[in-house]
Write a protein that binds this ligand. Structure first.
Ligand SMILES: N[C@@H](CCC[C@H](N)C(=O)O)C(=O)O
Length: 285
């Protein structure tokens, strides 16, 4: 199985091209072997596997598997890698925006090329955040009101969480000092807390100013990673809902920066950031 290793600000993925004749078989193999592929000692190593598939209503479809083998509805850093993967191979080069089917619906990506003519940064229309508790999904809150800084008990602490879905679930927690926060102690308990029936990604956010935050994440099915695009989007939505940030924020993640805007005009969240190739190979496992 041929693969390309890519990353979006340090969130690294094994990309499998399933557009050809043998695409269905490759996708099946990659799904079955996602845990082995992502293993950093015995496999290729990655924060996930991304399947580049033909779409049903448009040309392309993205699917994402976590290192624990579970399938995620969406992946923000992954979709930028997906866009670069296609662009650098000549797909959709003549289109200003490329529609991509995802588990979070149809999203649109716009590539900005570098001096070498290859995709350098990608702007993604991530769609509207989902705030209705039952759809996040979370059992917190009441009726259709957003869950904004409601308490949960986890790891012997009371944590105030804001629940946002960007197709996949996020619990956002604001902290004073993100660098020293015991994320590896708290993260696993929030991930599998009873208030989140599909488990959750958990973002820990330190606000620097109205337009700048520092970010760390404990990802569902992946533990701590260097970046999470959907998480960065969710964190800005949470920042606005809590009155802690403006609508446009430069998010500093351990692997790099993302420019996130929750547009007042159309209620969509826009994410802009880099995507990069690392190497290509042939999986013989
Ligand atoms: N790192 C990704 C999110 C990957 C999926 C996540 N672990 C989940 O299970 O929802 C991103 O950049 O959004």
């Amino acid at each position: 199985m041929q693969f390309t290793k890519m990353h979006g600000i340090g969130n690294d993925f094994i990309m499998v091209d399933c557009l050809g004749e043998d695409g269905r078989a490759l996708a099946q193999q990659a799904r079955a072997q996602a845990v082995a592929l992502c293993d950093r000692k015995f496999g290729i190593g990655g924060d996930g596997v991304i399947l580049v598939l033909p779409g049903e209503t448009v040309a392309y479809q993205m699917r994402m598997l976590n290192p624990d083998g579970s399938e995620a509805e969406m992946c923000g850093n992954g979709i930028r890698c997906f866009a670069k993967f296609l662009y650098d191979r000549g797909h959709g080069k003549d289109q200003a925006e490329l529609p991509v089917e995802t588990g979070a619906g149809l999203l649109h990506v716009a590539v900005q090329a570098g001096a070498d003519g290859k995709a350098a940064t990608v702007r993604v229309d991530m769609g509207e955040p989902v705030l209705i508790p039952a759809l996040v999904p979370t059992t917190l809150g009441e009726g259709e009101s957003p869950v904004v800084s409601l308490p949960i008990e986890a790891a012997g602490r009371t944590l105030l969480v804001t629940a946002v879905s960007m197709g996949n679930p996020h619990a956002v927690i604001f902290v004073d000092n993100v660098k020293d926060y015991p994320l590896e102690q708290v993260g696993p308990f929030v991930e599998s807390h009873a208030a989140f029936p599909k488990r959750t990604n958990t973002e820990f956010i330190e606000v620097i100013s109205e337009n700048e935050t520092k970010f760390r994440v404990w990802e569902r099915g992946a533990a701590e990673t260097l970046a999470c695009g959907t998480g960065a989007c969710a964190s800005v939505v949470a920042g606005v809902l809590n009155g802690k940030t403006g609508r446009r924020v430069l998010v500093h993640l351990p692997g790099g920066d993302l420019d996130i805007e929750w547009s007042e005009a159309d209620n969509h969240v826009y994410m802009t950031g880099a995507a990069a190739d690392v190497f290509e190979g042939n999986w013989v496992g």
